[in-house]
Structures are given as structure tokens and as C-alpha cells.
Design a protein around this ligand. Structure first.
Ligand code: HMG
Ligand code: MG
Length: 298
């Protein structure tokens, strides 16, 4: 059954920008996030408190988080890999902390420099500290549907990582198709098989659109009743530690499809697309979203 309401979580200022070579000024990031806040989005992942050497684009995380206008009713979240990151995130007073790890060893190691086993105690400490500071916590699992280094990932391994994160007390878990290899049949089979462990109200789907399958995968999850999806406006982005990964599903294409299906998101698509043109102009190259291409021709 289709859900009546879908929540869309905008991750462009983090997942989108982290992979862009061209440095975007702090001022432009702030202006862009302010525009996103005015588009009706209820959730924006604004930056990342990772090591600035690993992700130079987001080295101004504290300043961005402190300078944006916080609109009531919008949750402002950021990625946090460890206690050093949590310290910075709390200084910047984000509403929600997002921890992250991979279901495959090699991607985990390349992305956060630890084995899967070594990662758990680090993340556990972050969740405990964030909860003490009265923050909600989102967990990400990457390479759920395939790993750029290892290929297919064992479903039991995925579920094991998910359960370990839920045991830490996370509020929501986002399942990442990091390199956009999932197909609708795989998504259907995975979600049906995991239904007893992965409660619909606690799961978000995070599809990258590397092979153009993200909307099809979204439609598949929607038909199973999943109702929280991540997107990056215009389709900006990728994961810098997953070779060949491109942007997330474009938020504007996602919103368009959902509205056409008669389901509410609370988002003003025109205002959102305007914000897409703002960041496209700063990036200096056309973004892949279909919605923006349609608007550009009007
Ligand atoms: P490390 O080098 O192993 O860190 O990096 P360390 O703990 O050994 O510390 C080394 C030094 O870094 C120390 O400084 C720390 O203080 C400092 P020193 O004492 O030598 O002067 N340090 C930090 N400084 C600022 N902020 C911090 C921080 N942590 C340590 N947070 C680390 C480990 C995790 C930090 C590093 O590997 C890292 O930053 N990785 C981030 C990679 C990343 O951001 N990847 C992209 C995001 S994940 C993604 O895109 C997937 C997702 O979208 C879902 C999907 O699509 O699948 C979420
Ligand atoms: Mg991602």
C-alpha cells in the first residue's frame, strides 16, 4: 500500500558538496541552505564534521552550522564520525547527529580508516554522547546493495551491521546504495526479507543514481510502504571514497514523482528548483536532474 505522506531528507549540502572539486564559499553554502529551508523541506543534512583533510570542501562545517537561519520545524543534521566530530557538532549545535559506516570491510576501511569491528566502539561513544546532549541520531549503512571493492555484500552482514547500530540506540537508519548498483528486484527482495528487523518507520532509503536506477528503486520501496527517502537537490554529489560513485537521486525529481502520484511531501517544488539553479550556478556545470532540465527549457 502506498503511504499518504512521504518525508524527504535533503542531503545535498553534505553528500552533494563533499564530492565537488570546486570550492564553494561559506557564504554561498549558507545562502543555499537558507533557500532550502524556505522550500518546505523538513530535514536538511547541512554539513559534515569529518576530518577536513579527508573532505576539504566541508572544512567550514562549524561556521556554516552556526550561521544559517534555523527555521522552525526543520531538522538540521550533520555527519559525525567520532568524538572529535561530535565535539565540533555540539559546538555548532546541530539538531541531529548522523553516524555512518559500511556493510563491507574494504569500503569501511577506505572511508573511515577502521575495520568494521573497530568502528562499533567509536560510534557507540558518539551515540551515547549525542543522546546525553539531547540530540537525535541517524545511522547510515553504506554499500548495502553492493561494494565498489568487494562486489555483492552478504545480506546477513548488512543486517548484522544494522542491528548493531539499532542496539546503540539510533532513532533512524538510512540504507545506502553508495554506488547506485541496486535494482528494483533486489530492493524488493531485500526489504521483504528484512521486514522483521527493519521497521518501516525507522528506515530511510538513500539511493545514488549512478546507473539511473534510483527512481525505480524508490518506487519499489514506496510500494512496500517505506516513506522516508534521501535526495540531493539537482542530483549533486557522490562519495569520494567510492570510485565511480555519482550523485544521489535528485531531490527535485523525487518530489516531482511523488507529487504526480498524489502523495504529499510538504515541499514547494518551484522554490526547491530555484535553489537548485542557485547551486548549479555556483558549481558552474549543469546538474543531472531532469526537473531542472525541464524548467531550463520553459
Ligand atoms: P584517522 O586519520 O584514522 O583519525 O581518520 P584519527 O582518529 O587517527 O585522528 C587523526 C587526527 O585527526 C587527530 O589529530 C584527530 O584529532 C584528527 P592530531 O591529534 O593528529 O592532531 N581528527 C579530526 N579532526 C577534525 N574532525 C574530526 C576528526 N577526527 C580525527 N572528526 C576519520 C578517521 C574518520 C576522521 C577520517 O577517516 C574521516 O574523516 N573520514 C571521513 C570520510 C568521509 O567523510 N566520507 C564521506 C562520507 S560517507 C558517505 O558519503 C556515505 C553516505 O552518504 C551513505 C552512502 O551513500 O552509502 C553517508
Ligand atoms: Mg551517500
Amino acid at each position: 500500500d502506498l503511504p499518504d505522506q512521504i518525508t524527504i531528507k535533503e542531503v545535498g549540502p553534505r553528500d552533494g558538496l563533499q564530492n565537488e572539486k570546486k570550492e564553494i564559499s561559506t557564504e554561498d553554502k549558507i545562502e543555499w541552505i537558507n533557500q532550502l529551508s524556505e522550500s518546505g523541506l523538513s530535514y536538511i543534512e547541512i554539513t559534515s564534521f569529518v576530518h577536513p583533510k579527508w573532505i576539504p570542501q566541508l572544512k567550514d562545517a562549524v561556521e556554516v552550522a552556526k550561521s544559517i537561519n534555523r527555521k522552525e520545524g526543520v531538522t538540521y543534521a550533520a555527519l559525525v564520525p567520532n568524538m572529535k566530530g561530535l565535539e565540533r557538532a555540539l559546538e555548532a549545535d546541530v539538531d541531529e547527529v548522523s553516524i555512518f559506516m559500511s556493510a563491507s570491510e574494504t569500503h569501511n576501511k577506505k572511508n573511515i580508516n577502521k575495520s568494521i569491528e573497530e568502528t562499533y566502539p567509536v560510534l557507540k561513544e558518539v551515540v551515547t554522547g549525542a543522546k546525553e546532549a539531547k540530540k537525535t541520531v541517524r545511522g547510515y549503512v553504506s554499500t548495502v546493495f553492493g561494494c565498489p571493492y568487494e562486489g555483492p555484500v552478504d545480506e546477513n552482514q548488512v543486517v548484522d551491521v544494522c542491528e548493531r547500530l539499532f542496539d546503540m540506540g539510533i532513532d533512524e537508519l538510512s540504507l545506502g546504495d553508495t554506488i547506485g548498483v541496486a535494482n528494483p528486484r533486489q530492493v524488493h527482495e531485500f526489504l521483504c526479507k528484512m521486514e522483521h528487523v527493519l521497521l518501516k518507520d525507522q528506515i530511510a532509503l538513500h539511493f545514488h543514481d549512478t546507473r539511473g536506477m534510483a527512481l525505480a528503486n524508490t518506487a519499489t520501496a514506496l510500494q512496500l510502504g517505506y516513506h522516508t527517502f534521501d535526495g540531493s537537490l539537482g542530483g549533486l554529489g557522490g562519495c569520494p571514497y567510492a570510485k565511480g560513485a555519482t550523485g544521489n537521486l535528485a531531490t527535485d525529481d523525487l518530489v516531482h514523482m511523488i507529487h504526480e502520484m498524489g502523495i504529499d511531501t510538504g515541499i514547494h517544488l518551484d522554490r526547491l528548483t530555484d535553489a537548485g539553479f542557485f547551486i548549479q550556478d555556483k558549481i558552474g556545470k549543469p546538474l543531472p536532474s531532469k526537473q531542472m532540465q525541464v524548467r531550463a527549457k520553459e
